[in-house]
Design a protein around this ligand. Structure first.
Ligand code: BG6
Ligand code: MG
Length: 216
């Protein structure tokens, strides 16, 4: 029986990918190479430092660890400037109704995100009260596709993986959920997320009861 839901943040609850893109693009521009929106797809679900490595590979650039940390720090400053301007109006369609339905049905709710900015984003969107627990980039050691973030989420909710559904928009996140023994729902295109138990474009018009039916 499903007793909990674990949500990825970026791309599931809010579309922050566009702000990550703008912030990374500023760095690429400074370093003098092109970084396109399609390149940005490779950074979805990937940790900050790994994203930087992918970006530098695209630009065919190499730097020492100290410089890379500086780049990542600067990128995050730019990213946070965008985040601090976000409003609850940017929460993706249907998410709030879905969270409210879970609350009314006493289904536990966790966040399972790679982002170190997760708490800042939830606060900015006025969403913190919905979550029973938040596991994010500040308390995991192994990045998705390792299942650590979701296993910690389930553990913190006092549930077994098979009692939880993971909602993810990144391929690495779906792999992590499967490895951890979770049921999972992909948010986005089936081409990318075909391994999920069910794939949908977003939460608009869908209910928890319907999802439970669809994943079984
Ligand atoms: C993931 C995003 O949720 O978090 C990635 O999909 C991002 O694009 C990663 O790189 C880390 O985020 P942050 O906020 O810690 O830089
Ligand atoms: Mg995501």
């Amino acid at each position: 029986m499903i007793k909990g839901c674990i949500f990825d943040l970026d791309g599931v609850i809010v579309d922050t990918a566009k702000y990550h893109y703008l912030a990374w693009k500023e760095l690429a521009d400074d370093l003098g190479f092109d970084f396109t929106k399609s390149d940005n797809e490779q950074l979805k679900g990937v940790s900050r430092m790994h994203s930087l490595d992918i970006l530098l590979k695209i630009g065919n650039k190499q730097f020492n660890e100290e410089t890379k940390l500086k780049f990542a720090e600067n990128k995050n400053k730019v990213y946070l400037e965008y985040i601090m301007k976000m409003t609850p109006g940017e929460i993706l369609p249907g998410v709030i109704d879905f969270l409210k339905e879970l609350k009314s049905k006493k289904i536990k709710i966790a966040l399972g995100s790679a982002s170190k900015n997760a708490m800042t984003i939830l606060t900015q969107l006025k969403l913190t009260d919905y979550f029973d627990t938040v596991i994010d980039g500040t308390n995991v050691n192994k990045a998705k596709p390792d299942p650590e973030v979701f296993l910690k989420g389930a553990q913190s909710l006092n549930l077994k993986p098979e009692e939880c559904i993971v909602f993810e928009d990144a391929k690495a996140g779906i792999e992590a959920a499967i490895k951890g023994g979770f049921k999972c729902v992909g948010i986005g295109s089936i081409d990318n997320l075909g391994k999920a138990n069910y794939t949908m474009q977003g939460f608009y018009g869908i209910t928890f009861g319907k999802i439970v039916e669809l994943i079984n």
